[in-house]
Write a protein that binds this ligand. Structure first.
Ligand SMILES: C[S@@+](CC[C@H](N)C(=O)[O-])C[C@H]1O[C@@H](n2cnc3c(N)ncnc32)[C@H](O)[C@@H]1O
Length: 219
């Protein structure tokens, strides 16, 4: 995953590649979002099983699924073709990059993060998506009271994520989890058991980060 501190230390040609990717994503977003609106975002949607069913059940929500892997997004898009739902979209995008580039007129009204890569080894924990910077950006891009639904079968990552929400001023962990819609994702099907949490965005966030800042600030 792309982290701010890691971008700054990248060689110039890598930074240029990232900028090119961000430009491409901006162009896609310009096509996708023509007016002020709120969206439901599934991060790491895989083959799109969950979001496809969610979009069918919530025809008034504009549902966007993003994933890093082209093959997974292609399969998700085939699902969309079959059901012909106009409120469902899948994009190949990295989570932070997507949040950076979505226009200001777009706000997230619901987040789903289902069975994210757990990065179990301690030295890889820095790759875990749920951390303070990510939650700041996620809060900045969302409406007040936006729920963030997180589910994983990895006990250590669940605790890590729970702490990340508890320690963040923009999010409040709900004591009781009311999961809004049940449809097993591919990884949920394989899991023997799993845990879920929901956190609610509580404050207007003060985070100011833009891609330009992340790319240009010195370490
Ligand atoms: C373990 S799979 C889970 C897929 C799906 N959510 C499920 O439950 O079946 C994690 C997915 O997250 C995607 N992913 C990992 N890091 C990501 C990131 N930073 N931005 C977007 N997608 C990411 C991976 O490509 C992968 O498809």
């Amino acid at each position: 995953m792309l982290k701010k501190s890691r971008i700054r230390s990248k060689p110039e040609e890598v930074i240029q590649k990232i900028e090119k990717r961000l430009d491409h994503l901006r162009a896609l977003c310009a096509e996708l979002f023509e007016r002020e609106e709120t969206i439901t975002l599934e991060i790491g949607c895989g083959h799109g099983h969950f979001l496809t069913e969610y979009a069918k059940a919530h025809p008034k929500s504009k549902c966007i699924g993003i994933d890093l892997l082209t093959g997974r997004i292609e399969r998700a898009l085939r699902k969309k073709e079959k059901i012909q739902k106009k409120n469902l979209y899948f994009l190949k995008a990295e989570a932070l990059e997507f949040l950076w580039v979505i226009p200001e007129k777009i706000q997230i009204e619901t987040y789903f993060l289902l069975f994210p890569d757990p990065w179990p080894k301690r030295r890889h924990h820095k790759n875990r998506l749920l951390d303070f910077d990510f939650l700041s950006l996620a809060a900045k891009k969302s409406v007040v009271s936006c729920p963030f639904y997180f589910r994983t079968d990895h006990a250590d990552y669940f605790e890590w994520g729970r702490e990340a929400f508890v320690n963040h001023p923009d999010w409040e962990l709900r004591a009781k989890v009311n999961w809004p819609f049940e449809r097993a994702s591919v990884f949920q099907e394989k899991a023997d058991s799993y845990q879920s949490l929901v956190a609610i965005k509580v404050n207007p966030t003060k985070t100011k980060e833009t891609p330009e800042q992340a790319l240009s600030e010195s370490p």
